[in-house]
Write a new protein. Structure first.
Length: 346
């Protein structure tokens, strides 16, 4: 039987279907982790927020398209909104999600893609089955998170877009937009107040260009005079400016040449058979070792505040960690929490 050769169009369709399956599985796995965090009775709101920020960061770092990432973030905010937590707690968690999106690296996630994902985050809130006042509070929380991340109107507009594209009635859309606008105005008022406070007490005088020119000229004269005096008194031959430039240029070029040779030799040594390039197995062993170190270090943190600071520093802010290490660490920490709960029940 001859193997059937797929046409380019068929191959593309197959790849699209595989991508959809992968995206759905990633979404399911992510939401399971989010639910485990939300329903963990041993963690408070701050710790839940930090853990969900870590998951959000992993989604944003992933290889999927912005549309797929937006879909996953929408599920995260929708899950938070539909949980049994208090409205204020849900708003705090959503605020953390908003801040994580807003502060994510601009090089790995462009501003238009951030806006797209932020709109999806709001859509998850807007379309949740929870009551309208709770959704208004969470919308405010999302906007607060954007301003915490030092982002302004270009991202908050995306929140309005998320409301507009939500499958809810017009009166709900209007209420959520009012909540969004009120949060934006409050944040801008705080920024304006901080700026005003910073300017208070400063003695801002009128700029005087003529005085500046005179002062600069006087500085030059004061600096040049001693040099002229030394040159006049010196009996040694004076090197001309042109000769000095040639000498300095030659010295710089020699230094660059030496540095280039050193770099090339180092690179050759690294690529040689006796070099120290790491194999995949070595990298895997390092990853396992790093996960164990993080889990062990987390176990030494007795208070919730210490645990929260540890997770934020190591799983959210530390961008040198690979995605795999962060996900494996989160999985292990969740497994330990489940085990502790089971032991507590027994």
């Amino acid at each position: 039987v001859e193997a059937q050769v797929l046409s380019p169009a068929q191959q593309q369709l197959m790849q699209q279907n595989l991508d959809k399956i992968t995206a759905e599985q990633t979404k399911k796995d992510t939401i399971k982790k989010v639910n485990d965090i939300l329903f963990d009775p041993l963690s408070n709101t701050e710790l839940k927020t930090t853990n969900i920020q870590a998951i959000t960061s992993n989604v944003l770092d992933g290889p999927a398209t912005a549309e797929v990432k937006g879909g996953i973030i929408q599920e995260i905010t929708n899950t938070v909104a539909g949980s049994s937590l208090e409205a204020q707690d849900k708003a705090e968690i959503v605020k953390g999600v908003g801040e994580t999106i807003a502060t994510h690296s601009d090089t790995s996630l462009s501003l238009p893609n951030k806006a797209l994902i932020m709109a999806s985050a709001e859509k998850g809130i807007a379309e949740s089955k929870t009551n309208l006042p709770d959704r208004e509070l969470m919308t405010k929380g999302l906007v607060d998170g954007i301003y915490e991340g030092k982002r302004g109107p270009e991202i908050t507009k995306a929140v309005s877009s998320g409301i507009d594209n939500s499958n809810i009635n017009d009166s709900e859309k209007e209420a959520l937009k009012k909540a969004k606008d009120a949060a934006s105005e409050a944040a801008l008022d705080i920024e304006t107040q901080n700026l005003t406070e910073g300017l208070k007490g400063q003695n801002i005088e009128e700029h005087k260009p003529r005085d500046d020119i005179y002062n600069k000229a006087q500085e030059v004269i004061n600096a040049v005079n001693p040099v002229i005096e030394v040159l006049e008194k010196s009996k040694e031959p004076v090197v001309s400016a042109e000769e000095r430039i040639v000498q300095e240029t030659s010295s710089i070029l020699n230094n660059i040449s030496k540095l280039a040779v050193e770099k090339v030799n180092n690179f050759r040594a690294m690529l040689s058979s006796n070099g120290n390039l790491k194999t995949l197995e070595e990298k895997k062993e390092e990853s396992i070792k790093k996960v164990d170190e993080l889990v062990k270090a987390f176990g030494t943190k007795s208070s919730t505040e210490e645990q929260q600071s540890f997770i934020k520093a190591n799983l959210v802010d530390d961008k040198t960690l690979s995605k795999e290490v962060r996900l494996q660490t989160i999985d292990k920490l969740l497994q330990e929490q489940v085990q502790k709960q089971a032991e507590a029940i027994e």
